[in-house]
Ligand binder design. Sequence first.
Ligand code: NAP
Length: 328
Amino acid sequence: MATSHPYDVVIVGAGPAGMCAALYTGRSMLRTAVLERGIPGGELLNTEKLDDWIGEKSILGWELAKKFEEHSREFGAEYVTATVERITKLRDGTFETVTDSGDRYVSPAVIVTAGGTPVKLGIPGEIEFAGKGVSYCAICDGAFFKQQTIAVVGGGDAAVEEAEFLTRYADKVYVVHRRDSFRASRILQERLFANPKIEVIWNAVAEEVTGDERGLMTGLRIRDRVSDEVRSLDASGCFVFIGFHPNTGVIDGHFDHDEMGYVRTDTTMQTSIPGLFAAGDLRSQLTRQVTTAVGDATTAAIAVEKYLKTRDEGSHEIVAQGSGGYTA
Ligand code: NAP
């Protein structure tokens, strides 16, 4: 039976941002619920290895996720496996966060850290062969392609990094990119160019994923944007890394966002809806890293504490400047 649960703060999503926010709100003695549809970890679970988490020269994505989760639980945050369908601000100023089972979480503040969803190519065969060759997660599916030939589509950090990772399994990895240069960071590009198993196909767009009568992918049809020549790559896998869409669909009502749909916040991570905070990959900002996600989350959690205090005192304004400080 659907029930109603009162909390001081509800955190939607348990990626790095959600888990870090939970650590800080728990540490502030706020009754905290973290609602996550899958295993806590978010994009860390789609990342093989990190070499840019300060303090660790190299750490596996799942390992860091586990550490985040264990640490955030230390301060009392309650993790609930649930898919959030809607976050609505009620007339009394509190939020109602409703899950797919109909459970209602009621809280005066919410931190949305729901991240993003991979962008699809939108070409014939992509959906048909999803899970039968087409993938959006190298760490999840890479091992299925041992000694095979696969294609990666995209030219950002994700495509370049994951193409390199996939050479652990595949004998040959084509990287199909629509322009003649990558936007990925230089260090990732250098690793990719040095890898003999990788062949970059510049100025090419993927047009169709093809397969056999058993329903398995066998090829990727690509078109050269300069010559217009069409050819088919013999590939049993196609990993698509062409960006993310912010998961903002759960927010009921209008909120300020940028032209790409990412949520705009003020410097305290508060959205245009008072009491609703955003942190991590769905927030409008220059870059989306684990370090920036946890930075956002720290600010959001501390701002929530101040928001609840000022709310109780009858004012909704959070004063950011000079109100923070280092605490150990
Ligand atoms: P991204 O940086 O936005 O790159 C998307 C890539 O896909 C671009 O090369 C883009 O081409 C291409 N693309 C977009 N739409 C396409 C389409 N319809 N068909 C073919 N190609 C298409 O996205 P991302 O690589 O997923 O990274 C997202 C964020 O996470 C970034 O801020 C990134 O820095 C971060 N990230 C960091 C790391 C790391 O530091 N280790 C790893 C993963 C992700 P154009 O270049 O032509 O636009």
